[in-house]
Ligand binder design. Structure first.
Ligand SMILES: [Zn+2]
Ligand SMILES: [Zn+2]
Length: 139
């Protein structure tokens, strides 16, 4: 049973990493993965459990999705994502990595002016990426 779960967790993580530019809700993941025929799909409750575990392990980020009550999930690509801040585009869902040095600078500055220590790995800045602001890529 434990092995079975590990396998499904890997499958899920691989899927999210392959689509690292986007975030998906559990329903969307179920739909996409079954379209791709990615092996045996876990049930919805298992999927939630696996996803929570991936979030705990810091491999996946959970976002509140605008305009819905559900959450969307997105994988962190790269091994050092706990050492810098991230920015998320609310239009296209892209996750951008802020440089390690700039992240530290920013957090040090915040700490010095407000005496507040920001939790780096939990913090995501929301906004619009350059493509969405200037590119007019509407299709
Ligand atoms: Zn990162
Ligand atoms: Zn964008």
């Amino acid at each position: 049973m434990a092995e079975y779960i590990t396998e499904q967790k890997t499958l899920l993580l691989n899927f999210l990493r392959e689509h690292g530019d986007s975030s998906y809700t559990i329903d969307e993941i179920m739909e996409k993965m079954s379209e791709l025929g990615e092996g045996t799909l876990p049930g919805k409750s298992t999927l939630y459990r696996l996803m929570n575990r991936l979030c705990d392990e810091g491999k996946v980020k959970k976002f509140a999705r605008e305009g819905s009550r559900g959450f969307a999930y997105q994988a962190f690509i790269g091994e050092h994502c706990s050492t810098h801040l991230h920015m998320k585009c609310v239009s296209c869902g892209k996750l951008l990595h802020l440089g390690h040095e700039i992240s530290d600078e920013l957090l040090d500055r915040i700490k010095s002016v407000s005496d507040f220590s920001v939790s780096e790995s939990d913090t995501v800045l929301f906004g619009s990426c350059a493509d969405c602001r200037f590119g007019g890529k509407n299709d």
